[in-house]
Design a protein around this ligand. Structure first.
Ligand code: FE2
Length: 318
């Protein structure tokens, strides 16, 4: 695999308070050398036999590869972040910043604070879109390798000293202000629009239970916290309960195999929530049986362990 150089995205002579000399040196010396390093490491990795190479060497090469790859990706994004007036935030982008940060100003304050925190050190400040959450987040990392998994950075500020020393000496604050004055917001918006077309990770799908109403553990917790009257049935299989140590607070355990024996205890007016160990089958089937009998029943997705994973209260299971 051979990585290819990207031409400089911004037009250096149009920048406001950042000299072409700085951009040239940064592009040629830092971006260029990261790309050459990446190609050299890649070649080295391709030539070696992983089975015959010490773990130490493989680890070092893979770590260096990730750092060089991220450095090339982030530098390309950095040069593509510059070239605008920094002020005119187009409508879609402004709406996204308002949704996720409260306002463009609030976003700006947080982004600048993250940059200032890296002054005198090195690293990147990124505005990143996270498809899983459908939202933007600011992040900063002290090196090339701390990116949010699955996140798509759409704006990058290079806080390594090489990014500003020629023009600003050690005055990182002046550099950050100059960067903000040169953001190309229409390019950022274009990348944002591309990022939002990326689908979130595929959720767990249980086709056979698609018609059964489910509740998330968060929803069940909110109902219990607000004192709503719900009947929570722990329907973990009997064989499982012999090694179970705890049970969700507010739930009663009922043997899913003996539904006929306990169904009479339930009230038809209050909703019923059932769950099992992980939420795959038994809780769903119990909810189906209860719905057939006329109850307003649903299952709690993720079951007992999802409840514990959100920090839901449990008590000793006896
Ligand atoms: Fe750089």
């Amino acid at each position: 695999m051979q990585y290819h150089l990207a031409p400089l995205f911004c037009r250096p002579w149009t920048l406001n308070g950042i000299t072409p000399r700085l951009i040239e040196s940064h592009y040629e010396g830092n971006y260029g050398s990261a790309l050459r390093r990446l190609n050299a490491i890649t070649e080295e990795l391709e030539a070696l036999d992983p089975a015959m190479t010490s773990a130490e060497v493989v680890n070092r090469l893979k770590r260096d590869e990730a750092a060089a790859l991220n450095s090339t990706l982030l530098h390309e994004l950095y040069f593509a972040s510059l070239g605008g007036d920094g002020r005119t935030v187009p409508e879609t982008m402004a709406a996204a910043l308002a949704r996720d940060f409260g306002s463009t100003d609030r976003w700006r304050q947080e982004f600048i604070a993250l940059a200032n925190a890296l002054a005198g050190g090195s690293g990147w400040v990124l505005l990143t879109y996270v498809p899983r959450d459908g939202r933007l987040i600011n992040q900063s990392g002290a090196d090339h390798g701390q990116n949010i998994a699955g996140g798509i950075p759409i704006l990058a500020l290079d806080m390594y000293e090489h990014a500003y020393h020629i023009d600003f000496g050690s005055n990182a604050t002046a550099y950050i202000a100059a960067f903000m004055r040169n953001i190309d917001w229409s390019a950022v918006q274009g990348r944002y629009e591309d990022a939002t077309t990326v689908a979130p990770p595929r959720p767990l799908e249980q086709k056979q239970f698609a018609d059964v109403p489910a509740m998330t553990v968060e929803e069940v917790k909110a109902m219990l916290d607000s004192g709503d009257r719900i009947q929570v049935i722990d329907a973990r299989p009997r064989h499982y309960t012999t090694r179970a140590q705890d049970i969700m607070e507010g739930a009663v355990w009922r043997d899913p195999e003996r539904l006929d024996e306990w169904i009479g205890e339930l009230s038809k007016t209050d909703p019923v929530v059932t769950y099992c160990v992980y939420g795959f089958h038994v809780g769903c089937e119990t909810a189906i049986a209860l719905r057939k009998a006329g109850f307003d029943a649903r299952y709690m997705a993720g079951g007992h362990y999802a409840w514990k994973a959100i920090g839901g209260k449990v008590k000793l299971f006896e």
